[in-house]
Design a protein around this ligand. Sequence first.
Ligand SMILES: Nc1nc2c(ncn2[C@@H]2O[C@H](COP(=O)(O)OP(=O)(O)OP(=O)(O)O)[C@@H](O)[C@H]2O)c(=O)[nH]1
Length: 499
Amino acid sequence: MHRPHPCETPLLDTLIASQKTPSLLFSKRDNYLRTTHDILHCHPISCRLTRVKPPPSSNSDSLTREPHKYFDQVFISVRSGDGGHGAVLTMPVQKDTKKKAYGRSEKEKQRKKSLYKRDSSGSLVLPMGGHGADVVIYADESMDSLLEFHKKSRYNAKRGGHVDAMGVLSSQIHDGFPGPVLRIPVPLGTVVKRKRGGFIADLVRPGDQILVARGGQGGISLLEIPEHRRKKLMALSSNVMKDDTDKVLLLGQPGEEVNLELILRVVADVGLVGLPNAGKSTLLAAITLAKPDIANYPFTTLMPNLGRLDGDPSLGALKYSSETTLADLPGLIEGAHLGKGLGRNFLRHLRRTRLLVHVVDAAAKNPIDDYRTVKEELRMYNPNYLERPYVVVLNKIDLPEACDRLPSLIEEISQIGCIGPYLSLEKTSKQGQLPILNENRTTTDHIPSPEFTDEEQRKEKNIEDYPRPLGVVGASVLKHMGINEMLKEIRVALRNHQE
Ligand SMILES: Nc1nc2c(ncn2[C@@H]2O[C@H](COP(=O)(O)OP(=O)(O)OP(=O)(O)O)[C@@H](O)[C@H]2O)c(=O)[nH]1
């Protein structure tokens, strides 16, 4: 889909043609204002600045401008409901009690007694205020980003109902209604943390859920009893709750307020990585039903796109149905691990993948440098990513410049790295998966050194000290060349590196 570049906007034409002052243009919407600013930088126009109305800075507006910055991390606050209040009740007045008591049958006495709720020991059970609503966060398959939470970042659960009466105790008086649980859906793969630190939960599977704020306890009710009967009745009534300071809890307890950080880590089996414009989105669209934005300018992909790859037909009917999820991540550039481009935010989405597919533009000026740049960024962000099994796809072989150098590129890329821990030589030669690696292994091959243990040390390692690719294939995902070989390579890698 073509997304207009700022310089393609009609605003530029208007501005240049009419030489209007920016104030006129600034009176338009904020996104126009930004574009105007860009344009003025590219095409200096002499003008006089008049007073400008400051742009509205509502959340939703900034969202439309830079969605990629927001889709996977958000802060929200939730408050569970307060407990409902109890009530102060009096016992009904009993007329001529003594007189009648003599003549009352045992049955009648029983009936009278059962008018009030009692527990197993015969104590009066007085009505309680409703429990305040809990707040639960759950993983919902139908959600795919956290953008919603920028529109609404505060969630208040309902309070519990009060005991619905004052006055005389009767069998008609019920407990207050409990507040309905407030359930907040988040995408699969959301990590829930306290705002300052504290990991709470990782909601990976559909239906995973976590109680993040417990509703307040409902208050109890009390019986107002004349002094002379107090002793006897207090002995009968056992459900008197007190707090730490020995105060009787007639009022419902307040709910909890919790500030949370939600972080989305895409859940995918395979992560596509590469420089901008390498063809990652085209690849995703070619082998899955995903419809990512594709265009010939960098950073077309602003958020990870997910696609599902059908099961592996070579596994037979039973296992064929098992699908693989692929995530196309926004392009990485040099310095991505420091936050350049769109990189840093997205690198964390590789964490849950079990296979990486490096997509390299084989028609680029220097594909080997491009490949190394991406590996370097991964290494700087998290060296673990370089220890993960991966396949390299040399894309765009339909173009003559790529096609001509394909064999030498395959050979060179296959040699970068050591025979990794997941890739024992004996195993691969037996299974015949990596003919290039095995045939070309020389005495200068790097073998991973055991002294690299912790993360810092691993960052010191060179790219050559990390495992080589499981396979390197040439393809043109646009022209459907080499797709089957590529899929075979991906499937074999997945099969051999199950979780
Ligand atoms: N000739 C040729 N062009 C391709 C091929 N694959 C992708 N392209 C083109 O390369 C350009 C970039 O493709 P994308 O799929 O958007 O690249 P990307 O890696 O997802 O780019 P970012 O979103 O910036 O990360 C588009 O114009 C594609 O049509 C291919 O096999 N051959």
